[in-house]
Design a binder for this molecule. Structure first.
Ligand code: CA
Length: 224
């Protein structure tokens, strides 16, 4: 994936670049109107993050030029709180989404994934949850574009928890979901415990937030 960040605020630009480059995304930046225009003409990007107030010109003008040259470009407007009118104008002119500063980088990442998913038309086969991407048809989980090697049981547990995010799922319900209603309880709870332990470790080792919380004496919760 190739990203372009058009942003003149140095710290923000630096943190976005660092975040995506560290997760293996090819990410470039432009610091003003002119250099953004040069990059649009020279290269193709999978997604462009566009600030609206730029030295040398307006991001909205850039958007119009870009959409004329490359109508399929994915664009997310990233701008300050006080420019709602401009953001709506941007959507009108073909931007795919907008994000208000300040924002979490994980939120930005989720928005990018969502825009790209919509563009590629594969929306129904993929679940995105912050830094986690679950490809349902391939039964593969990605953290920051890296595949996480899960067993079938771990995958099933993760999917069940994500589908029920922010709800407490009892051990009983989870064990029954995984092994069916005839699961021997004490035996399957031990298995469940070790599957969840391994699943959490694999996701955290891959760089994901530890979303799976233990609710003592009850079960588990996948926390947003
Ligand atoms: Ca700016």
């Amino acid at each position: 994936m190739r990203l372009l960040i058009v942003e003149d605020e140095k710290e923000l630009r630096r943190s976005i670049l660092e975040y995506f480059n560290n997760s293996g995304v090819d990410c470039e930046s432009a610091i003003d109107y002119e250099s953004a225009l040069d990059k649009f003409e020279l290269y193709d990007y999978d997604c462009i993050l566009l600030d609206l107030n730029l030295p040398g010109g307006s991001g909205l003008d850039l958007l119009r030029i870009l959409k004329r040259q490359k109508p399929d470009s994915a664009v997310i407007i990233v701008s300050a709180n006080d420019s709602l009118d401009q953001k709506l104008q941007g959507l009108d002119w073909g931007a795919d989404d907008y994000l208000t500063k300040p924002f979490h980088l994980s939120e930005l990442s989720a928005r990018i994934n969502s825009v790209l998913r919509r563009k590629s038309g594969s929306g129904s086969n993929r679940l995105v949850f912050e830094d986690l991407v679950i490809e349902l048809s391939e039964m593969v989980v990605y953290v920051k574009d890296e595949e996480v090697n899960l067993t079938k049981k771990e995958f099933d547990i993760l999917l069940y928890l994500v589908h029920n995010k922010n709800k407490v799922i009892t051990k009983v319900a989870l064990a029954e979901h995984i092994w069916g209603e005839y699961a021997d309880s004490s035996y399957s709870y031990d298995y469940l415990y070790s599957h969840i332990k391994n699943l959490r470790k694999k996701l955290v080792d891959a760089g994901s937030t530890d979303h799976i919380k233990t609710v003592y004496g009850v079960g588990y919760k996948f926390k947003a």
